[in-house]
Design a protein. Structure first.
Length: 664
């Protein structure tokens, strides 16, 4: 019965038996005894990365042993150590992977040269060496609420994907340990006096498979993104490049794109207009190169792991399992700028508020709070004196799909915006952030005209009734409001309840909440398959144009509201042509004002990133946007070994146990 419930385990167990001839000669009794030990080990919990289970049984002159471990580094070290300790292969072994762990099984027959005690001692010493290795590694351990949507830098531009992609890939520019923009693959850049031509000279670097990174890899990646049939919501970030939008729409030949790889180390970029933020754009993960020859022959390479996944950043991918909620990166030793203090390994686990808190308490992760999880102050009664805060570019907002009835009506959207009392909301939840009166990040906004109407219920009701008249419906005919979000954080869930409660009480409407995982949310946003949604937006470029441009064209996938305005577009176009920064700022302020008046999105709160971290972890911050550079994280000392924890007699977190039992 037990064997039938694990058909994959028993098959892998049998065909992994070595030496191979024992598959046909080993007695059924011995097979059953070893498999039973493996089966008993399979379901027992291993709470930490360096937890393991070790059990031995003896019968006459035969020893049966099973070792179950989580960490691949420990497995590799254990096997290497065992090869050295037991040069003569006088035992039978099997190795299987089951539910994200490794199960190693052994049968040893005692002889005059090799006693049972010597065999068990060798296993214990190999375990100890494995533990010493993983505890000696510089490790960065993080918990994300969502694993990346995609590990293709041309597609994965959401916040969680981008944080990981910046570890795996490096573009022309990057943010250094001081948080300032600096050269990445670009060794030098020459900019024309009119600010419209950039000549990048690349340094000699290589992909993780040892092949050179060239200017052709950059040109290929960018042109692929701009090809009409390539689907990614972040195409608009390339529109400063000459003819980029026309190429994407299929109206202009790709040969006319302002992009040319002059040779392996020279990349020429021509812009439609001066863009003082263009160098910052090239630091974004979507501007990364991809290995041209690999992508042409194996277009699904981004779904591989290990040697099959090729990247050029400070890390390389060693494991990703969505079913287990874990992703592992190791140091890319072929990267051109290796820092001895950077992590040997980065482990990213999927966990939300309470789970992440328990993991932090158990010394299983090094960071808790923003930007990895939305902040929940109620969880941290034991850590209040360790909390760090940072003003960021993040903003929480509600976004309307203006093609969906009844929110195509501007007055209705404004009514919903004025109904919310942001100051009261912040006071109610003792939030460290700030009320948001503009869709632009706090450091970019030039407009606070909405502040006077914060929580103006009288004006909100007036606009609501005017909107009903224009729509030709009564209050009782108002359709049920469908509100979509992917929030699992307690604080933000309460914010959503506050907002919806305000609308229900003031306008007498019904609301239905739809909660999805992040990948589904992103898919629905891109397809416009929603009515009202709640997200956090972050500006990764220190310029208001980054956010404003996302609303420039209604058909762009990055603009889920589908809103567009011709005067708004004219102002942004005029700003693009300005080399006088003061005049440019005037145009941007006018565009911001239109966005506020039209209200395709409702700004709610400016994010205050609050977090606690282990003292040995240092992560630089991009000063002007308040975003963290986990790609440049440094571990100033090794993570301390975990103390032994209480556990069952068969699962240990401390020194290798001597857990041997006689069989009757």
């Amino acid at each position: 019965k037990e064997v039938a419930s694990h058909p994959d385990l028993v098959e892998n167990f049998f065909y992994s038996l070595t030496p191979i001839e024992v598959q046909g000669t080993l007695s059924h009794k011995f097979l059953n005894r070893l498999f039973t030990l493996c089966l008993e080990a399979a379901p027992l919990p291993l709470p930490k990365q360096d937890s393991y289970l070790f059990r031995t049984e003896t019968e006459d002159q035969h020893t049966f042993a099973v070792l179950r471990i989580k960490d691949p580094a420990m497995k590799d070290t254990f096997l290497s150590a065992l090869d050295v300790l037991l040069v003569d292969k006088f035992f039978i072994s099997t190795a299987v992977t089951f539910q994200g762990c490794y199960i190693l099984g052994y049968i040893h027959s005692a002889s005059a040269e090799h006693t049972q005690e010597q065999f068990i001692a060798a296993l214990e010493q190999a375990i100890a060496e494995g533990l010493a290795k993983i505890r000696g590694l510089r490790q960065l351990r993080l918990a994300f609420p969502n694993l990346p949507v995609s590990l293709d830098p041309r597609i994965g531009g959401d916040v969680y994907s981008a944080m990981i992609l910046k570890m795996l890939f490096e573009g022309l520019m990057k943010y250094g340990n001081d948080g300032e923009l600096t050269n990445g693959i670009c060794k030098s850049v020459a900019i024309s006096p009119d600010g419209k031509k950039y000549v990048f000279t690349l340094r000699a670097t290589s992909w993780s498979n040892g092949t050179p990174v060239t200017a052709h890899d950059f040109a290929y990646a960018w042109k692929k993104i701009l090809s009409p049939n390539f689907s990614t919501p972040y195409t608009y970030l390339f529109y400063p490049i000459k003819h980029a939008k026309e190429v994407k729409n299929g109206n202009v030949s790709p040969d006319q794109l302002g992009l040319q790889a002059c040779d392996d180390h020279t990349l020429l970029v021509e812009l439609e207009h001066p863009a003082p933020y263009f160098l910052e754009l090239t630091a974004l993960s979507i501007y990364s190169p991809v290995p041209r020859s690999l992508d042409e022959t194996h277009p699904n390479w981004a779904h591989q792991i290990g040697q099959g996944y090729v990247c050029n950043g400070p890390c390389q991918l060693t494991k990703i399992s969505r079913s287990q909620g874990v992703l592992e990166l190791t140091k890319n030793h072929l990267h051109w700028d290796i820092d001895p203090l950077q992590p040997d390994r980065t482990v990213i686990m999927q966990a939300h508020d309470h789970s992440a808190l328990e993991m932090f308490k158990n010394d299983e992760i090094d960071w808790l709070g923003s930007p990895l999880q939305a902040w929940n102050p109620d969880l941290l009664t034991d850590y209040r004196d360790q909390v760090e805060s940072l003003v960021t570019s993040g903003i929480f907002w509600c976004q309307f799909n203006v093609t969906r009835f009844p929110f195509h009506n501007t007055k209705l959207r404004r009514a919903f915006a004025y109904a919310i009392n942001r100051k009261k909301l912040i006071e109610s939840f003792a939030y460290a952030g700030f009320p948001a009166y503009s869709p632009l990040p706090r450091m970019h906004t030039q407009n606070n005209e909405m502040m006077a109407d914060d929580g103006n219920t009288e004006k909100a009701c007036q606009l609501f009734h005017e909107a009903l008249e224009e729509l030709g419906i009564s209050k009782k005919d108002f359709p049920e409001l469908l509100f979509m979000h992917g929030i699992k954080n307690v604080f933000l869930t309460n914010v959503i309840k506050y907002v919806l409660g305000t609308w229900q009480e003031l306008f007498g409407i019904d609301c239905k909440v739809e909660v999805y995982d992040w990948s589904t949310i992103l898919s629905k946003i891109v397809k416009g398959d929603f009515q009202v949604g709640f997200i956090c937006w972050e500006a990764w470029v220190d310029d208001p144009i980054y956010t404003l441009n996302s609303f420039k064209y209604g058909k762009e996938k990055i603009n889920p509201t589908c809103w567009e305005n011709s005067h708004f577009q004219e102002l942004l176009n005029a700003a693009d042509q300005m080399t006088d920064l003061k005049k440019r700022s005037v145009y941007l302020a006018k565009a911001e004002s239109i966005l506020i008046q039209e209200m395709p999105i409702i700004p709610i709160l400016y994010e205050a990133q609050q977090f606690i971290k282990k003292s040995n972890v240092s992560v630089p911050v991009h000063i002007n946007t308040g975003t963290f550079g986990f790609r440049s994280a440094l571990i100033t000392k090794n993570v301390p070994a975990h103390p032994p924890s209480s556990c069952s007699e068969t699962a240990k977190d401390g020194q290798a146990p001597k857990n041997t039992r006689k069989l009757s």
